[in-house]
Every structure is written in C-alpha cells, then in structure tokens.
Design a protein around this ligand. Sequence first.
Ligand code: MG
Length: 283
Amino acid sequence: MPGLAQLHGLQRVSAGVPRVQSVPLCKARHLLWLMLSAAAAHAQPAAQVRPEDTEVWKPVPPIVSPAPATLPAAPPADAIVLFDGTNLDEWINTSDGSPAAWSVADRCMVVVKQAGNIETRRKFRNYELHLEWRVPADVTGSGQARANSGVFLASTGKGDRGYELQILDSYRNDTYVNGMAGSIYKQSAPLANASRKPGEWQSYDVVWKAPVFGADGTLTSPARATVLFNGVLVQDDFELRGETVYIGAPAYTPHGDSPIKLQAHNDPSAAPSFRNIWVRALP
Ligand code: MG
C-alpha cells in the first residue's frame, strides 16, 4: 500500500515547484480509496453472459391436446420430397458435406449423435415444410436433455448456425418455455403445448419467409415463421430477431438461399426419429 508520501507524489512537482499543495490526511485516504477501487474494477473480468440470461420460464403455454394423428401426411404434387423413408440422398453432413451418416430403419431416419448435424443438399428461400418426428417411447432425461433435436429453418453455417425450431420431448417435461417443442429457440415460446406422448409420431408444418438483405448487407426484411405443431398453431407469423443462439442476443448475418438442417444434440437421452419430410417452394 502506498504511503502518504507516495500519495503526495501524485501531486508531483515539476522543476521542483509543487503544482498542488499536499492534501490533508483525510483527503489522501479518500484518494487512495478511489485509486484502489478503480484498480479493483479494472482487474475484474467483464460480467459473464450466461445461457440462463436468455431463458424465459413464464408464462407457461397452455396444454392443448391435439386431434388424433392422421399421419403420415402425403406430399402435394409439387412438393420436393426430402425423405421418403428409403434413403438419405437429399442430406449431407453439415460439418464437411459428406453423405449424411444418420441411420435409416423402418422407413424413418434416426439421429446418430456422434455423426453431427445433417442438412439438405438443396437450398431454399421461402417455403412450406412438413416434417414428422418421434421421441422414443422409453426416453429418459429431463429439461433440455430429453430427446433434444431441432430443425434449422435456414442453416447459415456449421454447427448450430441458423434459425432453430426446437424439437424436444415437452410432454410433461418442464424447461424454459422459449426452449420447449414448438419454440423458435430462445426467441419465441409456442402459443400452446400440443405435444404428444413419447412413442407417438408428431408433425411440424412450417411456413418460412427468409430474411431479406440489401446489397450492402443491411437487413431489409426479417425472417418470419408460422408453425403448426400437431395441427395446432404455435407460431403465428413470428418475426425473428436474428439467428437463434444459446448464449447472448440474436443477430442477423447476411446470407442467401440456405439448406434446411436437422440437429444432432449432444445429450445422453435416446435419439429421436424423423420421417416424411417434404417442402414446397414459395414465392
Ligand atoms: Mg435443439
């Protein structure tokens, strides 16, 4: 700790002539306190941005039991079929573009977690998407670690870059509401919890309007998503604030037409399955 003489040194003389007279002891102590406080504040790291900061827990969306399933829903005549139960020809590994390495059995594809995310070879702008998914009947885990997956309505890069419509077992499984099934991850909770029990097939029907960027990269029009979950409206023309992120605030980065991506989430619960995925391009 500096002594009073050193404090006086703050009013160091120039050419032997003091510019400021020595301060009284009480003022010197106050000055010392200010110095130490400033040093301590400088030494502390900036406040950490935590995942919890963007979790929303209330209000909890009402449970709306969907009508009995009429799945699989056959594709309209002009649909591009992305998965018909036979092969993964339309899909590639997100990380390196190699053939998708998820498994196909019983006319559905099953997430292989160690293989990572997969995405469509084709790119899309605005579209209507139908997708069916199923949580294993014997699923275990809780919260986000219970059959977590997701469909990225536009994949803007490797990993989880893009705009995620969450897939999760939200049947009697509490988590933050902007991370439950039917949510636009950490941006918009679903209007209802229309989850079916594990073991039953469920559906998403999505209308996606891609964001529009000007020639200089500025956002001209944000992305919009309408989602029906098991036939129940859960996202009503929601305007996204940017790409969905686990930590921090969403933001837009300019991009063009993009693949649709499915998530291999790194949690220990049993992997979900998909079937009957088709898309119709929109103007
Ligand atoms: Mg997910």
